[in-house]
Design a protein around this ligand. Structure first.
Ligand code: MSP
Length: 630
């Protein structure tokens, strides 16, 4: 395994402020960077801005600014957004940096001297949005597929890079290195581009038409085509050719992009590198597009999602988690606040947050806030320990394969395993019997230690929440010191360490009322009063509650309705047994008894249900158990 890792994002155009799509790529790069640090590698993470070309000149002119001050402004917006998303890049490159310009000119001269750049005339269809000529085959209904507008005809004398010369070599290279471009669908897409004759690439623009660019070293009447300039950022940021960063990190370079810029990265860049006699990057990792309302984000439809607006409402960790969990890397995904809320409430507030708070509450109640010592293990303990011990390797493999959603699903399997284990072992029952103290301690230790391993694994995705969780569990460590091999192993949590409770790790997000109202239209038939009065509704007081073994959703409740009854309620995903005892609820008591998981249920507890979440209906103040409801 390589001990170093270098990850890059596209350098973003400075013609518009950062949006969800830019945030996603940069967060994925940050997650990968943090993950590789966690595995002990020395890493380098590069992002930045792409500032030359027609597009920036157009955008600057539209707001009455000169390109340089406009670029300064938007570049700063990008640079200042990333720390707010906990993105910790090592360097931020701008294509207007002097060093970058020097490296571009150096490479141009090198390729020119080698005979791979020549002067000629060209006419074709040019898309200003993409800054490139399109072939007829690439246009969709005569329009640029990226910008949905027709390209304009252009004829010019220009310099050309002999890209066609490298076509066969590139096909061969991609075939011999199956994971050079991944996932596979994008490798196939590049091979399909390459199945047609590759044209040479026009790499200059006459200054008479565009002066905002890097002057060619061999003809000062021209500036460099923006893609030939921009791609070089990946090596200029490492001070190619002589920089020590270049020597250390270029051999392990990985690029991260979305599918929109596959061709420049999958074809122009490898052939440019080859012509400049620079070894190729290791991997091109390509993800899909975030769509909003099933379409591309669009300013005119008002569907551009601004990451910073979301952070204010949902919190940073939740936002990062959602993006990594929701998108299958390589495929498009659909963004909606509805989906974000559902994930945050179900996965973070319920599954993880509740588990942490119920465990820490029990540690405080039963163990004076200190990590207890485990004793002999039984089958359930062993099973949990095995799952927790096996998880880090599965997780690491999936992250390395960029299958972040699967890595997180595996983590959540463990979280749910712990939840089940706690419900089935019922520490609140064990706590009542002094004879069972060592069992109680074992159950709590095993639960805490599993949760601690979860905390370590979540560090790359949710650095804050992971730190806070580990801290509360008494595992205090600086995240720069955290290592997968050393700390995601069983037994790191030392008995007698002091734990800490705190407010909810992930507060539930309340949905807007309008959303809930539209859910279930009132359409049931009207009833006469005597029909309603056939229902016997009463106040029931919960005397005891426990999980139903083998079910994730059912709780067995012992209730007092003036007499004792047993009911089975499908509320285990929303309520913990120990929080229910002593509460009063509304119950229909003359429902025909039914057997659920072998338990006779004699009635039904009423709940309100909002988008799959349940809340119990209770009298406003305590009344005598069994009081009728009319
Ligand atoms: N400047 C070029 C890249 C040069 S790299 C040498 C460029 N810039 S861009 O501002 O248009 O950024 C494109 C990139 O932004 C995509 O490849 C992707 O990383 C990100 N995204 C922009 N919109 C996106 C979505 N809707 N969804 C996901 N990512 C998207 O192209």
């Amino acid at each position: 395994m390589t001990a170093r890792y270098y990850i890059t994002t596209p350098i973003y155009y400075v013609n518009a402020p950062p949006h969800l799509g830019h945030a996603y790529t940069t967060i994925v790069a940050d997650v990968l960077n943090r993950f590789h640090k966690l595995t002990g590698r020395e890493t380098y993470f590069l992002t930045g801005t792409d500032e030359h070309g027609d597009k920036v000149v157009e955008a600057a002119a539209a707001v009455g600014k000169d390109p340089q001050s406009y670029a300064d402004e938007i570049s700063d917006l990008f640079r200042n957004t990333w720390p707010n998303l906990d993105i910790a890049n090592d360097y931020f490159i701008r294509t207007t940096d002097d060093l970058h310009k020097q490296v571009v000119r150096y490479i141009l001269q090198k390729v020119y001297d080698a005979g791979d750049i020549y002067f000629s005339s060209y006419s074709g269809q040019y898309c200003v949005g993409c800054e490139r000529f399109y072939t007829d085959r690439e246009l969709v209904d005569g329009k640029c597929p990226q910008h949905d507008r027709p390209p304009v005809p252009r004829e010019e004398e220009n310099y050309f890079f002999r890209m066609s010369k490298y076509q066969d070599w590139l096909i061969d290279y991609i075939q011999k290195n199956p994971d050079f471009i991944r996932p596979e669908r994008y490798r196939n897409e590049v091979l399909s581009f390459l199945s047609e004759p590759l044209e040479d690439l026009c790499i200059s623009r006459p200054k008479s038409r565009l002066s905002w660019g890097i002057t060619l070293p061999f003809d000062d009447r021209y500036v460099t085509y923006v893609w030939f300039d921009a791609l070089i950022n990946y090596v200029s940021a490492l001070s190619y050719p002589d920089g020590s960063l270049f020597a250390r990190f270029w051999p392990v370079a990985q690029h991260l992009i979305a599918k929109d810029i596959l061709k420049p990265h999958g074809i122009y860049w490898p052939t440019m590198l080859r012509a400049a006699e620079i070894p190729l990057y290791q991997h091109l990792n390509v993800h899909g597009y975030w769509n909003v309302e099933e379409k591309k984000m669009s300013k005119s439809r008002g569907t551009v999602v601004k990451p910073l607006d979301l952070l204010k409402v949902y919190g940073l960790d939740a936002f990062r988690y959602f993006l990594m969990r929701e998108m299958v890397f390589g495929l498009d995904a659909s963004f909606s606040e509805e989906a974000l809320i559902t994930r945050v409430n179900a996965d973070l507030a319920n599954d993880l947050g509740n588990l942490a708070s119920r465990l820490l509450t029990m540690i405080h109640k039963y163990c004076e806030g200190k990590v207890p010592s485990p004793d002999t293990e039984d089958k359930d303990d062993e099973e949990l320990k095995r799952a927790a011990t096996e998880l880090p390797a599965t997780y690491a493999l999936q992250v390395e394969r960029l299958e972040f959603h699967k890595a997180l699903m595996a983590v959540w399997e463990l979280i749910n395993h712990v939840n089940r284990y706690v419900d089935q072992s019922a520490p609140w029952v064990l706590a009542r019997d002094p004879q069972k103290q060592s069992r109680l301690h074992t159950v709590l230790y095993y639960s805490l230690e599993s949760l601690r391993i979860v905390g370590v694994l979540l560090d790359p995705i949710m650095p804050n929440a992971s730190k806070e969780l580990l801290d509360r569990l008494g595992f205090k460590i600086d995240s720069s010191e955290l290592r997968l091999g050393r700390h995601a192993t069983w037994g790191n949590l030392l008995p007698d360490t002091t734990t800490r409770r705190g407010k909810a790790l992930f507060p539930r997000i309340e949905r807007k009322v309008e959303d809930a109202e539209t859910d279930e239209p009132i359409k049931k038939p009207l009833l006469k009063l005597d029909e309603f009065s056939r229902l016997d509704l009463r106040v029931a007081e919960i005397l005891g509650a426990e999980a139903v073994p083998g079910s994730e959703n059912l709780l067995k409740l012992e209730v007092d309705i003036g007499e004792k009854r047993t009911v089975v309620a499908g509320i285990a995903r929303h309520y913990r047994p120990e929080d229910l005892v002593g509460r009063q609820v509304v119950m229909m008591v003359n429902l025909k008894p039914a057997k659920l998981m072998g338990i006779r249920s004699e009635g039904m507890v009423l709940v309100a249900s909002i988008d799959g979440e349940m809340t119990l209906i209770a009298p406003e103040k305590k009344v005598k158990p069994g009081s009728p409801i009319h």
